[in-house]
Design a binder for this molecule. Structure first.
Ligand code: PMP
Length: 386
């Protein structure tokens, strides 16, 4: 199968599989979760490999976390831990909150999100736009602070806490959907390397265990910030009895990859490591993540967020040493539009650049700073030096 066929197979799988549910169209927006496309990255990849990206921004609320949101809520509905009309609460760096807000809006549950104040403002406003309440927590209290606040609110008010970092429904939904999509796109043993980062570790645990069982030749590569080598340090994570983190991990330092590596190794990520499902850990520098996200946009036409750029950076690193013909798949978790206020868009001007000004003034009409025609607005004529 050549690479063109890979992409077209995926698109068809998405359209015919998850999207076609009944002659009258989809039951709700929730029918569009999953079935995301795999696209060949031809221009940025070294010539001796075939590099692909799985574009999770094609989910309806724009990120990989739509899968988790739907999976966790529907599992809780099935086992009765979520009652009709009960308030849902969760701590999130944003994408989970946006996914949950979409799912809760479509199903009619009130939603309260706790989020550290240093995550991008686009995310808060999107959650509020989708009808959620967003409670900010101090940046200094990090990820563990926002998780503690969500737990406190759930206990005090009797709300349903999603517990995305420990909830098995998070990993299960990736085993059922993301992993199956990858297997049907590449076939058993048709993929040499699968590259991902981790936040909750739901993608990692859920996909890795299925690939190990059904595509054992696939190497599983996990990327993390070079400044916060939680996995690379080999240091253990302190945990409570329920598996949640009891303290910040000693190797954590703040990093720009929003959505990756919180200040602890989640239980789900820890499970994947303990099961021996990680073959390689690749550190990625913040500057490389930003550069790769910009390259993906300007040279491949793919808008992605910072963690997508970081995953691509890791995939390009392993590609250098990969054998000829190797097929490598990078997970791209979300879209660049979610980062307009962050360092990803630093240097992208709002006003015209000098070069754009030159293009503008290369013809006489419609120039912002040109003298207005005298008959229309004589008062606007440019002032003459005395
Ligand atoms: N990238 C982004 C932008 C995310 O929001 C997340 C989820 N926090 C991830 C990557 C990691 O996904 P997971 O939680 O499945 O590990």
């Amino acid at each position: 199968m050549n690479s063109d066929n890979v992409a077209s197979t995926v698109l068809q799988a998405g359209q015919e599989g998850t999207r076609a549910v009944g002659a009258g169209g989809l039951g709700s927006i929730l029918g569009t979760v999953g079935g995301t496309p795999v696209v060949r990255i031809a221009r940025l990849a070294p010539a001796h490999v075939e590099l692909f990206a799985k574009l999770e921004a094609f989910n309806p609320a724009g990120s990989v976390k739509d899968r988790l949101a739907l999976g966790v809520i529907e599992a809780a509905e099935r086992d009765g831990t979520l009652r009709p009309g009960q308030t849902v609460v969760e701590a999130t760096s944003g994408n989970t909150g946006i996914g949950l807000a979409m799912v809760c809006a479509a199903k009619g549950y009130p939603l309260v999100i706790t989020m550290a104040e240093n995550f991008s403002v686009e995310r808060r406003r999107l959650m509020r736009f989708l009808g959620a309440k967003v409670i900010l927590t101090p940046a200094a209290a990090r990820g563990t602070g926002m998780v503690a606040k969500a737990r406190e609110l759930a206990e005090t008010h009797g709300w349903f806490l999603c517990r995305q970092f420990e909830n098995e429904a998070n990993a299960d939904t990736h085993s059922r959907t993301t992993a199956e999509e990858i297997l049907s796109d590449f076939g058993s043993d048709g993929l040499d390397m699968w590259v991902t980062g981790f936040g909750t570790g739901g993608t990692l645990k859920g996909v890795a265990r299925v690939l190990r069982a059904r595509s054992p030749r696939t190497r599983i590569v996990v990327a993390e910030p070079d400044s916060a080598p939680l996995l690379g340090s080999g240091l253990p994570q302190a945990r409570r009895e329920d598996g949640s983190a009891a303290a910040s991990h000693p190797a954590f330092r703040p990093h720009p990859m929003q959505g990756w590596s919180p200040d602890f190794i989640s239980r789900l990520a820890g499970d994947a490591i303990a099961a021996g499902h990680v073959d390689e850990i690749v550190p990625v520098a913040g500057a490389d993540a930003l550069r790769c996200a910009r390259d993906l946009a300007s040279r491949e036409g793919i808008l992605c967020g910072i963690t997508g750029g970081a995953t691509l950076a890791a995939a390009l690193k392993v590609a250098q040493a990969a054998p000829a013909g190797a097929r490598i798949l990078a997970m791209i978790p979300d879209t660049g539009e979610r980062y307009l206020s962050t360092p990803l868009f630093e240097g992208i001007e709002e006003t015209m650049t000098a070069e754009e000004g030159e293009i503008a003034s290369s013809t006489p009409g419609f120039c912002i700073d040109a003298p207005a025609p005298a008959a229309v607005a004589p008062a606007a004529a440019p002032a003459r030096p005395e």
